[in-house]
Design a protein around this ligand. Structure first.
Ligand code: PBG
Length: 322
């Protein structure tokens, strides 16, 4: 028995009815707002490839964090642009590093805001890779110690959650061990468990000044054609102690978000990355799309696919539309 008994259009007849039967709703709590922290004071430098995003000094980061908190967004994710890069990425784990200072400043002024830090060496290494490099190879095991040091220094500065994005094998276990040994057994780890070697990161690399000086990240980040492998990566990270896992990028990887959501019971985050953001901004600037509608459709779709949390540069604009 179908038509004329069944008329699916009845459920779309008015805005009020549509709202009543809407299956996916965005709320400010869904979002995590990423920010780029640089050295200095009073710095708010535009990022040309990411209109609306800035490199901010710690004091400016605090101002932005206050705004974000007032809008009801529960968390920020911080990326650091150090003053100096070198072969050991030493500013990544310096107690006086840009991130460490910004974390302390934010927690001081906006203590309820959850501060998440990106744990990765690419912004701090002179060669721009996410690990120690020897003879053109990115070394896994020696890198783990540096990542753990970096995570610990962020937590010492006051970070609530550390988010390793380096894609070295075994780093969740090592970070968990070090944090527990130092009495930080209640600090969360949000693992970039499923991170693809994606072309969608290029505006971010301008923003964070982290483009690799040679080669690419394909020997450590996942290969975009692979779907089953995502399940393996998440299983390993959960075993190692991840509290929240992430899929990245989001837009072209909604099948992965959905698989991971269906397979595991822990919170799933998805990263609506820089290239996804910049494409919308660029097309909108040309007058080819309706920026607000596209933004909301994109974010709603990421949630519909199964993400509990969405990391997005649109967070502030999106919340204003809710
Ligand atoms: C650092 C890192 C990257 C992103 C988040 N953490 C870049 C990369 O792996 O090259 C990308 C975020 C974005 O594109 O918005 N490893």
């Amino acid at each position: 028995m179908s038509f004329p008994i069944h008329r699916p259009r009845r459920l779309r007849i008015s805005k009020a009815i549509r709202k009543m039967v809407q299956e996916t709703r965005l709320s400010p709590e869904d979002f995590i707002y990423p920010m780029f922290v640089t050295s200095g004071k009073g710095v708010k430098k535009k990022i040309p490839s990411m209109p609306g995003c800035f490199q901010l000094s710690a004091d400016e980061t605090v101002k932005e964090a206050l705004k974000v908190h007032k809008l009801g967004i529960p968390a920020v994710l911080l990326f650091g642009i150090p003053e100096h890069k070198n072969e050991s990425g030493s500013e990544a784990y310096s107690a006086k590093g840009v991130i460490q200072k910004a974390v302390t400043a934010i927690k001081d002024k906006v203590p309820e805001l959850v501060v998440i830090t990106d744990v990765c060496l690419c912004e701090y290494m002179s060669h721009g890779h996410c690990g120690i490099v020897k003879k053109g190879k990115i070394l896994n095991d020696p890198t783990l110690e540096l990542l753990a040091k970096q995570a610990l220094s962020h937590v010492n500065a006051g970070a609530d959650i550390v988010a390793p994005s380096d894609m070295m094998d075994g780093r969740i276990a090592v970070i968990r061990d070090v944090l527990d040994a130092q009495g930080f057994e209640d600090t969360l780890i949000m693992s970039y468990a499923v991170k693809y070697a994606s072309a969608f990161y290029s505006p971010f690399r301008d923003a964070a000044e982290s483009t690799p000086k040679f080669g690419d990240r394909r020997s450590y980040q996942m290969d975009p054609p692979n779907r089953r492998e995502a399940i393996k990566e998440v299983s390993l990270d959960i075993e190692e102690g991840a509290d929240i896992i992430m899929v990245k990028p989001a837009m072209c990887y909604m099948d992965i978000i959905s698989d991971v959501r269906d397979t595991f019971d822990i919170p799933v985050a998805a990263y609506n990355v820089s290239g996804e953001y910049s494409m919308v901004k660029a097309a909108a600037k040309l007058g080819w799309i309706d920026e607000t509608r596209i933004m909301m459709e994109l974010l709603t779709s990421i949630k519909r696919a199964g993400a509990d949390l969405i990391l997005t540069y649109f967070a502030v604009d999106a919340v204003k539309e809710l």
